[in-house]
Design a protein around this ligand. Structure first.
Ligand code: PHE
Ligand code: ZN
Length: 849
């Protein structure tokens, strides 16, 4: 059997470990198929508990010898670890194990990628390296000796000594095992340094494969900006002599915050103007910041157990979005975060995988690195900040760092600092951590004799395991506009705590138009009977940039829903509103580009489903195409102008200003291509001197079905750059017409470059297929079948990535009986696979319901 029997772990069962770890000493003798790991670990009884049972996690290890205080012992060994009698006094545990990094395709523990050794230990990967109490509340200092005939040998902390074929590292900061890291290989460094606020100089290195040196500069700048920002904004200084980042091609996730040795998926750190898009640059800057910020929110203060994952992830996502808002445009960042939340978190929270921000049980923790824990977790912190105010937030964070430095904490600890600073009782607020599902906010209004009353009612549908919901604390930012478009009541935060609650505004001359949930002040769905004219009014006049965009979005959705469910034509109010906005050169180009964007097709399907209408993916696709065609025709006279305005005539820089222009240019080009059959796009493709322009042009050409020559040329130009080839795979599938998508994807799985064991390449193909809504859900069922085939194939090698990709099926209950039947059959086929991993098994059974 590959994995232990599904075993559910519960938050309520938490017990501390019977021993403290005072020191860890590890020696690695590296060898691809037989790496020896020798551990010497000093344990002492944990005064907090009487329980002295001594169980060490360990998986896929070959134990060679074990000893306690120098005397050999023979532990009882299972698939999950070992048990042995241990003294009720301090002792030294020694063990020697052998592992096989070259055959570690799961990319968890110590594995190899292109000849380089590398580790991934979060959440429970350290147990694949040696026997250890692999839980985040067991913290210790680590000394690591690496023996290996490789030019670069890295681990956490500071370098101690280096010799021919070996290196020794010491990390003075106690840490849980999930933050352990080791890297060894033939790497080159892009180096720099940073002087901290107290004047300490830190060596910075970005380690990459030879040939990637030219893709390091941007990441290094992002790192320095992050270090400075965390000092300026949170008073957090870096705490080691060196900070190393390593880029690796084979990685299940985006990046990992190992103490002093961050490991990045190469797609999340390597960047150059000719190979990376503006969006790539922005994402890289954010991820570098995110991992760096973990040094305090995650590493210095860590999680007591994995149920508390949002303690570090929600907070660190919140911090990285603050950083991006400061570095770039705050409204644009807010809007893109909401787009992302609605695309990824809302379906999760309103489907079979719904779980609280702090889950109460799991089978496989790797399945809980979710949009709910991360993104909703960050929204919860944003609400807290809005409720207590900026000053109290800052004070609470200072107290959090002062009080909990060096500890493994819980959400209770986190909320307590806010309670202590503000004197507030946050017990009701805490429901945001325990209740799953997206609250719906019904809005009713009344106006008489100068008094305007808003009555809000909250409701959350039942979610798996939670039939009844309690009212939550919802900060609702509201502003009021007078009928002539002036703001008569500036933004005010209504603090809703009851199921139904009324708020009044007095002294108004006329019935105002409300702007509700400004800045998206809470992760809820607003339900309000409103009309097109009012949305158009807000689109024209709202002073809150988020809500102004929201009004346009609502109009676009309304028009698309009508078009997808009947033979309606686009709403004139929508077209007029967009036209006016586009013409307004006082608005940031990035903002205007967002205004031109349409809701995603999956989002529309979810919307229809909620309105009690079974979504037809093909009809939605046609509606979107028709609306774009209508927009193109309607805006025809101004598109060339906008396209021209969006041209950048300065050397390429991936900054907010230039990126905004290129985003607007791409939106315009998409429409232009629907009128000129791709002529302008072909010209842009020819002239492009950066990947952003090259790729957006290629996308338009493929959309217009005239891009074959460019597609081939693109491959030829970039065949040696794996990150660009990922884009080549992805784009073809994303742009394929619905009835062709599965066939295009299938053909690409037969391409010699489809190195499917590399998660980036697997995701390029199947992430794109799942993201092509109408293509994936094509009525033939070919998309479902292809994905299921490949999930079954990948699972024995890489359960983690397989399990994540299963989420493509999570929305299956929205669709018609025929599609549901086909998907159910695929889910059952996957579930019936012999030796299915615990990861995929848990996901499939939750999705199947
Ligand atoms: N902790 C990482 C982050 O959020 C994510 C991660 C989880 C990476 C598990 C690898 C494995 O920054
Ligand atoms: Zn993180």
């Amino acid at each position: 059997m590959r994995d232990a029997a599904p075993n559910t772990v519960y938050l309520k069962d938490y017990k501390s470990f019977g021993y403290l770890v005072d020191q860890v000493h590890l020696t690695f003798d590296l060898s691809p198929n037989a790496t020896r790991v020798t551990s010497r670990i000093a344990f002492s009884p944990n005064p907090e508990t009487e329980d002295r049972s001594f169980f060490l996690h360990g998986e896929k290890l070959r134990l060679i010898r074990a000893a306690i205080d120098g005397t050999a012992v023979s532990p009882e060994i299972t698939a999950e670890g070992l048990r042995v009698a241990a003294p009720d006094a301090p002792f030294v545990w020694e063990a020697e194990v052998e592992i096989d990094p070259a055959n570690n395709t799961a990319l968890e523990g110590l594995y190899m990628s292109n000849g380089m050794y590398c580790t991934q230990c979060e959440a429970e990967g350290f147990r694949k390296i040696t026997y250890y109490p692999d839980r985040p509340d067991v913290m210790s200092t680590f000394t690591v000796r690496i023996n290996g005939d490789l030019p670069v040998l890295l681990s956490n902390g500071n370098p101690v000594q280096r010799g021919e074929g070996w290196a020794e590292w010491h990390d003075p900061w106690p840490k849980p095992a999930y933050l352990f890291a080791l890297v060894a290989g033939d790497l080159v460094a892009h180096s720099d340094s940073f002087t901290t606020i107290s004047g300490k100089s830190v060596d910075l290195n970005l380690w990459v494969r030879p040939g990637d040196e030219h893709k390091c500069a941007f990441g290094m700048e992002a790192l320095k900006k992050s270090m400075k920002w965390d000092e300026d904004t949170y008073g957090r200084e870096y705490d080691l002599d060196v900070f190393n980042i390593v880029a690796v091609d084979d990685f299940n996730m985006g990046a990992m915050e190992n103490k002093g040795l961050n490991i990045f998926n190469s797609s999340c750190v390597l960047a150059s103007p000719d190979t990376s898009t503006d969006a790539n640059f922005e994402r890289i800057e954010a991820i570098i910041a995110h991992e760096y910020f973990h040094n305090w929110t995650g590493n210095r203060i860590t999680c007591r157990d994995w149920f508390q994952l949002c303690l570090k992830e929600g907070l660190t996502v919140f911090r990285d979005s603050q950083f991006t808002s400061d570095m770039r445009s705050a409204p644009v960042k807010r809007i893109t975060d909401v787009i992302d939340l609605r695309a990824r978190q809302f379906p999760e929270d309103n489907g079979p995988l719904s779980h609280p921000v702090r889950p109460e049980s799991f089978q496989e923790i790797n399945n809980f690195y979710t949009a709910t824990v991360y993104e909703k977790g960050a929204e919860v912190i944003g609400m807290l900040k809005r409720l207590v105010g900026d000053a109290a937030y800052a004070e609470a964070l200072d107290l959090y760092f002062a009080r909990h430095d060096g500890q493994a904490c819980t959400i209770e600890d986190w909320l307590k600092v806010f309670e202590d600073v503000t004197g507030r009782d946050l017990s009701q607020f805490k429901r945001w951590y325990s209740q799953s599902g997206t609250p719906r906010l019904k809005v009713e209004e009344e106006f008489s004799e100068g008094t305007y009353t808003l009555t809000l009612t909250q409701h959350t549908d039942p979610t798996p395991g939670q039939p009844d919901k309690q009212p939550q604390v919802i900060p609702v930012a509201v502003g009021l506009l007078s009928p002539n478009g002036d703001e008569v009541v500036p933004t005010r935060v209504l603090e809703m705590t009851e199921g139904t609650q009324s708020f009044t505004f007095e002294g108004l001359a006329a019935k105002p138009v409300p702007s509700i949930l400004r800045d998206f002040s809470a992760p809820v769905i607003v339900e309000r009977e409103t009309d097109t004219a009012e949305r158009a009014f807000l689109l024209a006049h709202d002073t809150d940039p988020f809500h102004r965009w929201e009004a346009g979005r609502a109009l676009a959705r309304e028009t698309l829903v009508e078009m997808a469910t009947g033979d309606a034509t686009p709403l004139p109010d929508y077209l007029d509103g967009i036209r006016t906005l586009l013409r307004d050169k006082s608005l940031d180009p990035a903002y205007r580009a967002l205004m031109l964007g349409l809701p995603g097709q999956s989002e529309l399907a979810g919307h229809l489903h909620e309105a009690g209408i079974t979504p037809d993916p093909a009809a939605i696709w046609i509606a979107v195409e028709d609306l774009k065609q209508a927009l193109a025709r309607d805006l025809q006279d101004m598109l060339p102008d906008i396209y021209a305005e969006a041209q950048v005539d300065a050397p390429y820089a991936p900054d907010a200003e230039q990126s905004g222009k290129r985003a607007l240019g791409a939106a315009a080009l998409d429409l232009i291509s629907r009128l000129d059959g791709g002529k302008q796009a072909a010209a842009q493709y020819e002239a492009a001197d950066n990947m952003t322009l090259q790729l957006s042009a290629l996308g338009c050409l493929l959309g217009a079905e005239t891009g074959d020559a460019q597609l081939a040329a693109f491959y030829d130009q970039w065949k040696d750059d794996r990150l660009v080839i990922d884009k080549w795979f992805m784009l073809q599938i994303m742009k394929a017409k619905p009835d062709r998508a599965a066939a295009v994807a299938k053909a690409l799985t037969e391409h010699p470059d489809f190195t499917w064991k590399t998660p980036n390449r697997f995701r390029a193909v199947f992430g794109a297929l799942a993201g092509n809504h109408a293509g994936f859900h094509d009525s033939s069922g070919a998309g479902y079948d292809l994905l299921a085939d490949w999930l079954i194939r990948l699972d024995p090698l890489n359960p983690q990535t397989t399990a994540r990709m299963c989420t493509a099926f999570q929305t299956w209950k929205r669709y018609d009986a025929g599609r549901q039947e086909m998907i159910a059959a695929q889910l059952d086929r996957i579930a019936a696979t012999p030796d299915l991993s615990r990861d995929a098994g848990e996901m499939i059974s939750r999705i199947r319901g």
